[in-house]
Design a protein around this ligand. Structure first.
Ligand SMILES: [Zn+2]
Length: 133
């Protein structure tokens, strides 16, 4: 069985199109400038319907995680981690969060507040170990 692909609609198509091209795009209100994620049609701060996107830089910090042992979906080898990461975003001090899986790092290696980087694979985004600089 193959991994199910994300369901896309008018509100989140920009996000998955960005991921397919290797970037995470975050909604930015064009009226008050606040960032928001997950995708939504209206700014929760000022109720504007006007928005644009800004790009995550690819750097992130581990905010929290869980390790799934059972039941495992057929496309995962387990146990596997699901992580909540704080994204670094271009030209912003805000750190919107996304939930994703991991690549290239074991559950035992995960530590809260550790630096991670975004990894793009099969039209999805994952968190991996920080790149050597
Ligand atoms: Zn706003």
């Amino acid at each position: 069985m193959t991994r199910p692909q994300p369901l896309t609609g008018r509100d989140n198509a920009y996000y998955w199109e960005g991921v397919a091209k290797g970037s995470v795009l975050i909604q930015k209100c064009t009226v008050c400038g606040s960032l928001r994620h997950p995708p939504s049609p209206m700014c929760p701060d000022c109720q504007s319907l006007d928005w644009t996107t800004v790009s995550a830089t690819g750097r992130a910090v581990l905010h929290s995680y869980t390790v799934c042992h059972h039941p495992l979906p057929p496309w995962e080898e387990g146990p596997y981690a699901v992580v909540l990461i704080d994204l670094e975003v271009e030209d912003s001090d805000e750190h919107p969060r996304i939930v994703c899986g991991t690549r290239g790092i074991s559950s035992e290696e995960l530590r809260i507040e550790m630096p991670l980087r975004l990894v793009f694979e099969d039209g999805l985004v994952f968190a991996g170990p920080e790149a050597d600089s």
